[in-house]
Design a protein around this ligand. Structure first.
Ligand code: ADP
Ligand code: MG
Length: 393
């Protein structure tokens, strides 16, 4: 195994826990730099596993699988946010360089811990979480402050793409919703008056170098990211500065190595609220694949290989449009193939499909990055592509 201080050099294996689209794009970036990749995922049909040099199909906590991974890989990262912390700890105990480490991943896995951390962080950055209340027992419901209604009830664990969330208007509805969620630990968060949403993508190297990408402005539909636009059209320069400084201080504070995404709300009042953190490359950072000197996936490779980080500079304005499985259906039961020829007739559009065998409604199948000389041009191309794909404007 490589000395802890030495870089992991091309030709070596890098490991990734999770075999979804993020793992696949990580694998492609690693392979482009001459690395081999070992993917561990419980599913047989894995977009990353299909292209990796080595695919271990097993549960994340399977001791034999983790041992095999540790034998092959000097360095391991995760693309799956809910990977059990014990898997990361086991790999570290076996001498693997794990980036980000399990304490960072655990923080993002539990909204209760995450909010608590974001609240302490406020003293430093002046950006805190939305007002919220933790619900772990029946009795807690009686103590929920009235000013949190209307609120959003979120399960503490396993929520993503708006899953495990319900909008709540009063205590009765809260009781019902909490029971429907199986009375698991939850957070009730005040529903904020959002002006728009943004995310900061930062990266920290093994040597404590920290770099930030330009902040992206994000639009969600049905809880799922729809578009990310960079530079963020509505964000004021001083807001962007504040957000980037906050994200940079956060990544250092938790001693995180690798790519980290922090989601923020910008309120109608102009105030900024920290929403959540994702301990990995993020959907809102896919724009970097075509619009930045270094993509978020290459950056993850560099960080976990203990190599110098790449430039995060934006080369051109860009809008990323997510492609969900819905595009493969005319009606619920009438399959179709999206009009790729029309999409690619725009020379500034870059298509990324994840190689998933079965399109399903709401499933992330790919994305396009629409580049242009100005935000106006980017918007125009992105709207045209959306229209050609049959998406509502
Ligand atoms: P997920 O883990 O599913 O991404 P989020 O907490 O990021 O969960 O919520 C998903 C989306 O729901 C957010 O991007 C935002 O659009 C909306 N949302 C979440 N919390 C709030 C809130 N407190 N006030 C207003 N909108 C919210
Ligand atoms: Mg989110």
């Amino acid at each position: 195994m490589a000395d802890r201080m030495e870089p992991v050099l091309p030709g070596s294996f890098l490991g990734i826990l999770g075999g979804g689209q993020l793992g696949r794009m990580f694998t492609q970036a690693a392979q482009a730099m001459g690395y081999k990749v070992c993917v561990l995922d419980p599913g047989s049909d894995s977009p990353a596993g299909a292209i990796a040099e080595k695919f271990i199909q097993a549960d994340y906590t399977d001791p034999a699988a983790l041992k095999e991974m540790a034998t092959v890989c000097a360095s391991v990262s995760t693309e799956f946010e809910n990977v059990p912390a014990q898997a990361l700890d086991a790999l570290e105990a076996l001498g693997v360089f794990v980036a980000p480490r399990s304490s960072c991943v655990s923080l993002a896995q539990n909204r209760i811990a995450e909010k608590k951390f974001l609240a302490t962080w406020k003293a430093e950055t002046n950006i805190g979480p939305a007002p919220h209340f933790v619900i772990e027992h029946d009795a807690d419901i009686r103590h929920v402050p009235a000013e949190l209604f209307p609120g959003i009830l979120k399960t503490a664990r396993m929520g993503y793409d708006g899953k495990g969330q319900a909008t709540i208007y009063d205590v009765d509805a809260l009781t019902t919703a909490w029971n429907e969620f199986g009375s698991v630990p939850c957070v009730l968060e005040k529903r904020m008056d959002l002006d728009f949403e943004v995310s900061a993508l930062v990266v920290r190297g093994y040597d404590d170098a920290v770099m930030a990408y330009p902040v992206s402005q994000n639009i969600h539909r049905n809880g799922i990211l729809h578009t990310s636009t960079v530079p963020a059209p509505s964000l004021k320069p001083e807001q962007e500065k504040k957000i980037i400084a906050a994200a940079k201080s956060l990544i250092r504070k938790i001693d995180y190595v690798g790519v980290l995404c922090v989601e923020f709300f910008v309120l109608k009042s102009g105030d900024i609220v920290a929403n959540e953190i994702a301990p990995r490359p993020h959907n809102s950072g896919h724009y970097t694949m075509n619009a930045c000197v270094t993509s978020q996936f290459e950056q993850q490779v560099r960080a976990m290989a203990r190599l110098p980080l790449g430039d995060t500079r934006l080369l051109a304005p860009v809008a990323m449009l997510n492609l969900l499985g819905d595009l493969w259906f005319e009606e619920a039961d009438a399959p179709k193939e999206p009009a790729w020829d029309q999409v690619l007739a725009h020379p500034d559009v870059k298509l990324h499909l994840y190689g998933k065998s079965e399109p399903r409604m709401g499933r992330k199948m790919g994305h396009v990055n629409c580049l242009g000389e100005s935000l106006g041009a980017v918007r125009q191309v992105c709207s045209a592509v959306a229209l050609e794909l049959g998406l509502e404007p």
